[in-house]
Design a protein around this ligand. Structure first.
Ligand SMILES: [Zn+2]
Length: 216
């Protein structure tokens, strides 16, 4: 079973990715290519210390003992007719959290960056792309509102208001597109845009304790 220790996760999840850290933070960007994703379980040991494990079901399509516990707990909750709050209490400790990593051109800095975000934002982006393929030729804005239900809001900048990429941005875009980023990002490339995990994973936006503990 692949596991990742605390130290590795800290190196992996801080500094080199662009994140929206506080309420009101936003980013305007152009997507370069498909995102990478990374599933983890944030468990607590008997002393209350965090114990982080990579999720083999999400990352490698293999069996995962923690997800198995999750599905068992879910089944039990349904069988016992628990309400949502009670069911969550039973299942949440075993739920996997997924982060998505989009290679982008940040339109404010003009730099190549990797934007780390939640599955909720990824689903909003996928919806926009399926409605209009030109979404990838426009600037996207993600705003952290922290409003329940709309924790992050995605908007697409109208083509008349999207500045064309500068020569420098074009060059960085091309390099980003041609470079294999899997070693840099350490995730799994999201090749199948129809894969949906939301039914059995927890969005980090619902898991503020974890988010704050790990600066995700
Ligand atoms: Zn798992």
């Amino acid at each position: 079973m692949p596991t990742a220790n605390f130290g590795e996760n800290i190196t992996f999840s801080t500094s080199k990715f662009t994140k929206l850290k506080s309420k009101g933070d936003k980013i305007q960007f152009r997507i370069i290519k498909a995102p990478f994703y990374d599933g983890k379980h944030f468990l607590k040991d008997e002393n209350g210390n965090w114990d982080i494990h990579s999720c083999p079901r999400i990352n490698e399509r293999q069996d995962c003992p923690y997800c198995e516990n999750f599905f068992k707990a879910l089944k039990k909750a349904k069988k016992d007719g628990l309400d949502k709050k009670e069911a969550d209490k039973l299942t949440n400790p075993w739920k996997a959290s997924i982060s998505y990593y989009y290679p982008v051109i940040n339109r404010e800095t003009g730099n190549f960056e990797v934007f780390q975000t939640t599955s909720g934002v990824r689903n909003q982006i996928e919806t926009e792309i399926s409605l209009n393929a030109k979404t990838l030729k426009r600037d996207l804005v993600v705003l952290r509102t922290e409003v329940p239900g709309n924790y992050y809001i995605l908007s697409i900048v109208d083509s008349s208001e999207s500045k064309p990429l500068t020569e420098d941005e074009e060059a960085k875009f091309k390099i980003g597109k041609e470079t294999n980023l899997s070693d840099y990002i350490c995730g799994t490339e999201d090749e199948d845009s129809n894969v949906a995990f939301e039914d059995n994973s927890v969005d980090l936006e619902d898991n503020k304790e974890v988010e704050e503990a790990f600066d995700l």
